[in-house]
Design a protein around this ligand. Structure first.
Ligand SMILES: [Mg+2]
Length: 183
């Protein structure tokens, strides 16, 4: 049986928009903070966010948003749960793999169940020590490290990971077609 590891933030769950919504709720309007799609994985390199150019401010915003329930409120990407179902039915061992280091309340797994994600295993930590057959992730450094080990990598088409190793997919419906059966 082949194993596919699948990241959560900005892979199956919309972290960018969740953080943007949180910033709006905190009273920062579009004029002041347009919060554009980041062009680098490091969000502080994008202009127009309240933490632009300031890593400490990013940590402050991220920490505050997570404490206020960001991980429970992110929207799943369309078709992601259905795609995971199809992968499971095609024989894949589907492992959710997140690097979230601040999910104190176990929100991630509850979020997955609430949003209809079926999975065979759950991993929280450094993904680069894993050896799955396939990794689906949005972090360029992780994609590079895994591709260098000969692991097949796929990533969504965010501006900041378009040039990362591996195949880009625009819609989750395409992923089971790209990976095919695991038997
Ligand atoms: Mg991610």
């Amino acid at each position: 049986m082949k194993t596919v590891c699948i990241d959560i933030d900005n892979t199956i769950a919309d972290y960018t928009n969740g953080l943007r919504d949180y910033i709006r709720e905190c009273g920062h309007g579009e004029d002041e903070c347009p919060c554009p799609e980041p062009t680098a994985y490091d969000f502080t390199l994008a202009g127009g966010w309240p933490f632009s150019g300031d890593p400490k401010a990013f940590t402050w915003w991220h920490t505050r948003a997570v404490a206020d329930g960001l991980y429970s409120r992110e929207e799943p990407y369309a078709g992601a749960a259905e795609a995971l179902d199809q992968l499971h039915d095609a024989g894949w061992n589907v492992i959710m793999a997140t690097g979230r280091a601040d999910d104190w309340r176990g929100e991630s797994q509850r979020w997955l169940h609430r949003n209809g994600f079926r999975f065979d295993g759950y991993y929280n930590g450094d993904k680069t020590i894993l050896t799955p057959d396939v990794l689906i992730d949005d972090q360029p450094a992780t994609l590079e490290a895994m591709a260098a080990k000969g692991i097949t990598v796929l990533h969504p088409d965010h501006a900041y990971c378009k040039t990362a190793p591996g195949r880009t997919f625009r819609r989750w419906a395409a992923v089971p077609l790209i990976l095919g059966g695991a038997r």
